[in-house]
Every structure is written in structure tokens, then in C-alpha cells.
Design a protein around this ligand. Structure first.
Ligand SMILES: *Cc1c(COP(=O)(O)O)cnc(C)c1O
Length: 394
């Protein structure tokens, strides 16, 4: 055996090693009201035997979740009355995870015509090429969905209210028909923030949320969740989740955890302000429809009353034929507090047009979607009033 090698600087450790390994400690027991932000790709094991012993070491690698990400998942699961919530980098990633968990080549999927646009784009672009057929159905179909279910239907999507045009779906009737054929039902529950509609109590199997919207709540982070209510579904989703390489930023999870604390007061304020602004718009000449679930002329309003515990910040207005599509654009451009942007649910009011979206019932070139923020609703009404006047050339 060779002689004992000496440390680089006699008996003391090199400063270079001290940069990496310290012998100093800080006091333990810091009790903050705020969850810790744990960063980490590598997680370490005490002994080789722990590599295969999950009871001693539940964390094996940062990709499969930091304590911060697990805390967010646990909190969302608790609020949604779910068994488990998987946290993903965006709502769209959550939608993709559901497709890849439940579909394989030869599968048939049913999705409402009013599903979130990029959900249907994923279906028509990527999934079609993989031999997965996504069939579009009328969101107001209710129990008649039974007639569309095939032997190879492996997934049924619901989204209520529908994207842009706000149709409320009869989710209990649709899930009953799907379950009679053993088809799992996934719901995009983003509008309800996981709280205004109890997905699992209404028969849903998989609840998806873009936390990006109301949970984060300040337009500063992107996150999504996939929530399930049975061990079997948890195992099924977990097997695909592991392989997807979809870790989340612990900083973003901390923002979502902070957002959760004020979700209740934000939703209350947004509901009240939105009803006030939408109610005012309904009275204005030139506005043919205001598509808001709490208004009786919104498709599915009675179901909203039966199944939801409130409404949120999103609605659309449809101008009448006396408005040209150019005037509608001029109205949006003239708004000052309402910024033009897609990702709603924050504190700033937003507007958006969808001339390329297709709905048989509406002239989309005369439709504007609005998201109400936390500004004073009277100032928002004043802004809408000046933009309406400006666009009409008066
Ligand atoms: C925004 C949104 C998504 C996608 O969420 P991202 O985090 O932006 O990817 C999915 N569904 C609905 C209903 C949304 O509004």
C-alpha cells in the first residue's frame, strides 16, 4: 500500500474543497409562514441500499419533484378534493399529459368544439399523425354523447364554460354516459379555478387546470395540474409523467403557493366587478349578446346555476350587425386599461378578438372576449364607454 497522501495545504483542507464542502452549520428550526423554495437536480442518498429503498429516501431526482412542487400539488389536490395532483410547467403540458396517458395509436377521443384552442391544435396536428382520432362534438350535447362513444373511445374531454363562447356543459350527464362505456372523462376546469365547480363530485375522472390563470393570479408564471381521484388513475398518469421530462421551477411553484392564499378574495372581487361591467355592457346599444354564464341568455345558464358556486372574470360580447368588423377592431384598439392579451386570470383587464375561431352560432368577427382585472370597475366602464364612442366615430 502506498503512503497516505497529504492534503494540499498540510493538515488543513484546501480552500477549493471548502468551496464545495463546509463544516460550518447554521441553526436549524427556522419556522417561516412561507414554504421553502427547494432547488435541486441531484438528490443524494446516505447508502447504496437507499437507491432502491423508497421508504428511506422518497426523493431520487429533481425531475420527479422537489418538496416545493410536491407542496403545491398537495395543496391543489386538497382544494380540488382530489387524491393527487401532478404539477406541470403549463396548462397545455397538463392537457398533453392527459392525451398521452389515455391514448395510443388507434384510439378515438371526443372533445368539445369549444375546447381551448391549443388543445384542439394538438389533436389535429400531433395526435392525428400518431393515429389518434379526435372527434369534435357539440358542447351542449348532454346525454346524447352516448351516441358518439365507440368501442375504441379512450378519452372524453369536457370544458365548461366553453372557450370564447362560454357554453356550460352538462358534465354529470356526459360523465354518466361515458362511464356506462368505461370511458374516462377529463375536464379542463381552469375557469372555475378548481373551486367554483367541484369536478370529482360531478363525476369527472381527471381534472386539469392552468394554474397560470387564477391560482398564480398575477400573470408572472406558467404552471398546470392534472388531478385524479383514484389510486389506479394516479398510477396510470404517474407512469407517463415520469417519462415526459416535465419538471417545474420551484420558484414558480412558490408563486403559485402565494397566489393560492389570496385566491378566495380575488375570485370574490373579480366575480362582483365582472358582473357589474358585463351588466353595464348588456345595456349598451349595438351590443347584441353578452356571453356570461350568470346571464339567462348564456347557453347552459340553468346548468351553471345547478352545478357552479360562482362565476369568474371572463366573458364575451357580440356586437350587432350595425357594427362593421373594422369598428370592432377600432373599439379594442381604443381601450386603455384593457390590454390586448391572451392569458387571463391576473389583476389586469384584457381584451381579445378571435376572427379565426369557428362557431356556427356567432359571427366571430364581431365578438370580443374580455377579462376583468382588479381595477375599479367604474374606471373600466368609463374606458369601455370612451372606446365604444371612439369606434363609432363620435
Ligand atoms: C390558458 C389555458 C390553458 C393553457 O394554460 P397555459 O398554462 O397557458 O399553457 C388551458 N386551458 C384553458 C381553459 C386555458 O384558459
Amino acid at each position: 500500500m502506498s503512503a497516505e497522501p497529504s492534503s494540499s495545504e498540510g493538515s488543513s483542507r484546501s480552500w477549493r474543497t471548502k468551496l464545495i464542502h463546509t463544516e460550518r452549520t447554521v441553526p436549524a428550526g427556522f419556522k417561516s409562514l412561507v414554504p421553502a423554495v427547494y432547488r435541486g437536480s441531484t438528490t443524494v442518498f446516505e447508502r447504496v441500499a437507499d437507491l432502491s429503498d423508497r421508504t428511506r429516501q422518497p426523493y431520487t431526482y429533481g425531475l420527479y419533484g422537489t418538496p416545493t412542487a410536491h407542496e403545491l400539488g398537495a395543496r391543489v389536490a386538497e382544494i380540488e378534493n382530489a387524491l393527487h395532483s401532478f404539477v406541470l410547467p403549463s396548462g397545455q403540458a397538463a392537457i398533453a399529459l392527459v392525451y398521452f396517458t389515455f391514448c395510443k395509436s388507434g384510439s378515438h377521443v371526443l372533445a368539445p368544439k369549444t375546447a381551448y384552442g391549443p388543445n384542439l391544435e394538438l389533436a389535429s396536428d400531433l395526435l392525428k399523425g400518431l393515429g389518434i382520432e379526435v372527434e369534435i362534438y357539440d358542447p351542449l350535447i348532454g346525454r346524447d354523447i352516448a351516441g358518439l362513444i365507440r368501442d375504441n373511445t379512450s378519452l372524453l374531454w369536457c370544458e365548461s364554460p366553453g372557450s370564447i363562447t362560454m357554453e356550460i356543459q352538462d358534465v354529470p350527464a356526459i360523465t354518466a354516459a361515458a362511464h356506462a362505456r368505461n370511458v374516462p372523462v377529463a375536464l379542463d376546469n381552469t375557469y372555475a379555478a378548481g373551486v367554483l365547480f367541484d369536478a370529482f363530485a360531478h363525476g369527472v375522472d381527471i381534472s386539469v387546470q392552468a394554474l397560470t390563470k387564477y391560482i398564480c393570479g398575477h400573470s408572472d408564471a406558467l404552471l398546470g395540474t392534472v388531478s385524479v381521484n383514484t389510486e389506479a388513475l394516479k398510477r396510470k398518469v404517474a407512469a407517463v409523467y415520469r417519462l415526459f421530462g416535465i419538471g417545474v421551477s420551484p420558484e414558480d411553484c412558490a408563486l403559485a403557493l402565494r397566489g393560492l392564499q389570496t385566491l378566495g378574495v380575488r375570485l370574490d372581487a373579480l366575480q362582483a366587478a365582472t358582473l357589474k361591467v358585463a351588466g353595464w355592457l348588456r345595456e349598451q346599444p349595438g351590443i347584441a349578446r353578452v356571453l356570461h354564464p350568470a346571464f339567462t341568455d348564456c347557453a347552459g345558464h340553468e346548468i351553471w346555476k345547478r352545478d357552479f358556486t360562482g362565476s369568474a372574470s371572463l366573458f364575451s360580447i357580440v356586437f350587432d350587425e350595425s357594427w362593421s368588423p373594422k369598428q370592432v377592431i377600432a373599439f379594442v384598439d381604443a381601450l386603455e386599461y384593457f390590454k390586448i392579451g391572451y392569458s387571463w386570470g391576473g389583476v389586469v383587464s384584457l381584451s381579445m378578438v378571435y376572427p379565426g375561431a369557428y362557431r356556427d352560432e356567432y359571427d366571430m368577427s364581431r365578438l370580443v372576449r374580455l377579462n376583468i382585472g382588479l381595477e375599479d370597475p367604474n374606471d373600466l366602464i368609463a374606458d369601455l364607454w370612451q372606446a365604444l364612442r371612439h369606434a363609432r366615430g363620435g
